[in-house]
Design a protein around this ligand. Structure first.
Ligand SMILES: [Zn+2]
Length: 133
């Protein structure tokens, strides 16, 4: 909960109370709808995914909710995914939280590696974040 308060501060309760969650029908893990700011989750991921991964994903996506509230463009196409300032910020905050939980760099690397990220993108992201993979 501290990590969530770190994102929204005094607004935390109000934001969580008003946050709408949509279930995605097909695939994927979690995301934020860039037109509504709603949190999108795949119910299958919620029930079958690793609990720590899910927790960190929630932190990452709530960070995007905050960015959305501040009028930032979440899917800025000028940058590749791993270079996009909104992603780097959200990942930085998530990695900080992962370290606070005591996760090793190896564990964080496994968390950050997704099937749709190329090896070179993965290397770039982890270098940006200062995670030793
Ligand atoms: Zn993201």
């Amino acid at each position: 909960m501290e990590a969530v308060k770190g994102i929204f501060g005094k607004e935390t309760e109000a934001v969580l109370r008003n946050l709408k969650v949509e279930f995605m029908g097909f695939g994927g893990y979690m995301g934020v709808d860039d037109t509504t700011g709603n949190l999108m989750v795949n119910p299958r991921y919620l029930s079958n995914g690793d609990k720590i991964d899910i927790y960190l994903d929630i932190i990452h996506e709530l960070y995007h909710v905050k960015q959305f509230m501040n009028g930032k463009e979440l899917f800025d196409k000028q940058h590749a995914y791993v270079d996009r300032p909104t992603e780097v910020e959200a990942y930085r905050y998530t990695v900080e939280e992962a370290r606070r939980l005591g996760l090793s760099d190896e564990h964080i690397c496994n968390y950050l590696k997704t099937e749709w990220m190329s090896d070179s993108d993965f290397k770039r992201l982890t270098r940006t974040l200062g995670v030793n993979c």
